[in-house]
Design a protein around this ligand. Structure first.
Ligand SMILES: [Zn+2]
Length: 327
């Protein structure tokens, strides 16, 4: 598993959830199967790692991991033997020293599935005694990428986890989990912060103007907005919005606009366009806008759901109608 920076405190908007977890832990009422859910990019993964570290840390202070003990150091190095991370990236690069394949998260987006061999290894991990004599923790992220077989394989482990084992499922689409999986977990909603709270946090990391625009198109999710700024997606978003606006105002041809839009990731362009339509519909609902939204979603489905889509043609067709929408 890759090295990771330690999370030693909850994000400001997660303090309430952290207090609840702390209180359950102190009373030995924390479930051994947990489901952290909420919008993508609000910090569920961070909270899961903080909790994992809290459970593994040898000398927590005021209910938080110390960041200095042997367990914390091993966790930071990605080598804690009592921690297991199940993600789509599992098993996608070189094996580590003990022969288990555990990987960093960079390649996770190449496959939208957590494979069954990963879950088999997790089940094997669940049967082992803790190396450090204490607790063991597994994080499954994102849990909705477990297919039905993988979830069924996990059920028994969720129902009867070994001594000291905690399994934390992280999901922004918990409805995609089997009801039997959900019912075996204690659910904890990770909230989306108020806009001003999110901006206050973001301004410690990025310039205020970029934070504001990124937060807007990331639907208020601060970590998603931060990642977007780091990847310059906020600048790209602005470019796409300007192209759409110019086409609608007849300042550029639909052919030129399609050429510009086709340079970018199709899923991203369709999602941003959909976001713009949503804002327009909220500001002034109109039948033509709603009809066009249907067209956009249909084009998106074709572009993303077929093997060799002609995305350029789909964009051109959409832009012709887009330019004729009433102002
Ligand atoms: Zn520690």
């Amino acid at each position: 598993m890759a090295e990771q920076s330690l999370v030693l405190a909850p994000l400001p908007w997660q303090r309430e959830q952290w207090s609840l977890v702390q209180s359950l832990l102190e009373r030995e009422r924390l479930a051994h199967g947990l489901l952290l859910h909420g919008t993508a990019g609000v910090g569920k993964g961070q909270l899961a790692r903080l909790l994992a570290l809290r459970l593994l840390c040898e000398s927590p202070r005021h209910g938080l991991p110390c960041g200095e003990c042997h367990a914390c150091s091993m966790f930071a190095a990605g080598s804690h033997p009592d921690f297991f991370l199940a993600s789509a990236a599992y098993g996608t690069s070189e094996d580590d020293d003990d022969g288990k394949s555990r990987k960093g998260r960079k390649t996770a987006t190449t496959s939208r599935q957590i494979r069954i061999d990963c879950i088999r290894d997790l089940i094997h991990f669940s049967h082992q005694a803790a190396h450090q004599g204490g607790r063991r923790v597994a994080i499954i992220e994102p849990a909705e990428w477990l297919n039905r077989n993988a979830q069924n394989a996990l059920l028994k482990t969720l129902e009867e986890p070994g001594a000291g084992l905690f399994i934390i499922l992280v999901s922004h689409e918990p409805s995609r989990l089997l009801a039997t999986t959900r019912s075996r977990c204690q659910a904890l909603l990770c909230p989306t912060p108020e806009r001003l709270d999110a901006l206050e946090w973001l301004r410690h990391h990025v310039a205020v103007d970029r934070a504001e625009s990124a937060l807007a198109f990331c639907h208020g999710a601060p970590l998603k907005a931060l990642a977007a700024v780091h990847d310059d997606l906020d600048l790209l978003h602005r470019e796409v919005m300007l192209t759409l606006e110019a086409c609608r105002q007849d300042e550029v041809t639909y052919l030129f606009a399609a050429e510009q839009l086709a340079r970018h990731d199709a899923a991203m362009v369709f999602d941003w366009w959909y976001g713009l339509l949503h804002r327009l519909c909220c500001a002034r609902p109109a039948a033509a806008l709603l009809h066009f939204t249907d067209q956009l979603l249909e084009a998106r489905r074709k572009a993303l759901g077929t093997a060799n889509p002609n995305t350029r043609l789909l964009l051109e067709s959409l832009l012709i109608d887009w330019a004729q929408l009433p102002a």
